[in-house]
Design a protein around this ligand. Structure first.
Ligand code: GAR
Length: 181
């Protein structure tokens, strides 16, 4: 069984999609979430985690995250809306074992407020990317992407929702492919 740590800071819809696939989808009997780590005490994802019997902890500082991770035999660390920059020491310690999901077609539009930027640039398509985490911001090696059209009349919210649907599919697909390696 592949042991995941899922790191969140907020809503946790990607966490939910992963857990749903573990309970009754493509990750069944393949992976399990050993621990959910939130940088914020009020993250909605924490409530979901606890309701689903997952171990869930609040770690405001990176040293707390590292102290938590060593308690489990973690195969893969999945950043899922985790709004903290990871230090080079952390990246090095878990080299090749940290992945992130980002709501654009990287290398285009790293960082924040990305849907606004996609719309302002007049892009015809957007999407999401799962990539390995390196010491840059959204710069690590790309593993997989899914695309969506940008539609006339889109707002940042409508585009974000269309991308998020694809994130929920993509993240579990990538986790499965890494489990099978
Ligand atoms: C997702 O759209 C994710 O791609 C994005 O935050 C959202 C978290 O939603 N992550 C980033 O922008 C990281 N650069 P969730 O908490 O519902 O999974």
């Amino acid at each position: 069984m592949f042991n995941l740590a899922v790191l969140i800071s907020g809503r946790g819809s990607n966490l939910q999609a992963i857990q749903k696939n573990i309970e009754s989808g493509i990750l069944q009997n393949m992976a399990q979430i050993a621990v959910v780590i939130s940088s914020k005490a009020d993250a909605a994802g924490l409530t979901f985690a606890r309701e689903h019997g997952l171990t869930a902890v609040i770690c405001p500082a990176e040293k707390d995250v590292l102290a938590e991770l060593v308690k489990y035999n973690i195969d893969l660390i999945c950043l899922a809306g985790y709004m903290r920059i990871i230090s080079p020491e952390f990246v090095q310690k878990y080299a090749g074992k940290i992945i992130n999901i980002h709501p654009t077609l990287l290398p285009k539009y790293p960082g924040l407020h990305v849907h606004e930027k996609v719309l302002a640039a007049g892009e015809k398509e957007s999407g999401c990317t799962v990539h390995y985490v390196d010491t840059g911001v959204d710069t690590g090696k790309i593993i997989a992407q899914r695309k969506v059209p940008v539609l006339p009349g889109d707002t940042p919210d409508t585009l974000a929702a269309r991308v998020l649907e694809q994130e929920h599919i993509l993240y579990s697909e990538v986790i499965l492919s890494l489990c099978q390696k």
